[in-house]
Each structure stands twice: as C-alpha cells, then as structure tokens.
Design a protein around this ligand. Sequence first.
Ligand code: NI
Length: 165
Amino acid sequence: MAILKICKYPEPVLKKRTLEVKKVSEADKRLIEDMIETMKASGGVGLAANQVGISKRIFVFNPSEEDWRADALINPVIIKRRISEKTEEGCLSLPGITAEVRRYKYVLVEGLDIDGRHVRFEAKGLLARIIQHEVDHLDGKLFIDRLNPLRRMMSLRRFAKEGAE
Ligand code: NI
C-alpha cells in the first residue's frame, strides 16, 4: 500500500467529471486500498479518486472517528434526498478552509462495492454529507462551488492566504 499525493485546488483534474468504472479491476482494488491509506494518513473522512489524480467514479469514506472502518463506493448514484441543513465542511483539496454548506440529512445511494457487487443503502448525518461531498468531487465540483459568489470568493481568498503550503 502507498500514500498518494492529494491534488489541491485549482488542479484541473478536480474540475473534470470522472469516468464510470465498467468492471472493478485488480488495479482499481489496489487504488482503493491506497486511497484508504491516504485518507487515514491525512485524517480525512472521505476521498475521491480524482483527488489523487485518477479520473474514475470511485470514492472511499470513513464516517467513524473511533474506529477506522473505511469502505469504498464505485459508480455512486444518489437516488433520494431528504431534509436539507447547513453544516461546516472542509476538503483535503482545499486545506486550511471550511465553510457552511447546504446538504441533505438523508440520502439513499447505490453503486458497487470493492468486489463489484451492487449495493444500496440509506445514509444519514455525517455519512450522508460525505457521500454528497464525494459525489460532487466525482462530478468535478468542490464544496466552494456550492457557496454563493461572494462567500466563494472570500473562501478562495482565505485559501490563498492560509491554505498554501
Ligand atoms: Ni473533498
């Protein structure tokens, strides 16, 4: 397993819609293991494949802070959304900044697991938020793109000042 380099805003791969996975290959499984390792190492709760430069519809997530029970979802589709709320959110591709983003409290999502099996489940709270954030990534969208133009500009200004390594 390896720790991968995380792409930061404004790298173009983050703005591009990612490609559907036709069949989950051994290379995809290795990528998922590396992504989980990378997510753990950076203390994130979710990571999309295009954040490590691979333009495929894959993300990994770990909604639990107590135990590292990370999982992956491939070709995710959100089928149902219920009740919106605003909560503070950050992103490994925009280190140093957070903002209040409107998301849904409950989502019904389906996709494939690491073994290529079809899965469908309802998620709530942090997991629901992670899923929406990561599906946005796979569509080439960052959380700042969910803000109004003024707040987006202020966030990017803050990122330029504090997020730069
Ligand atoms: Ni993110």
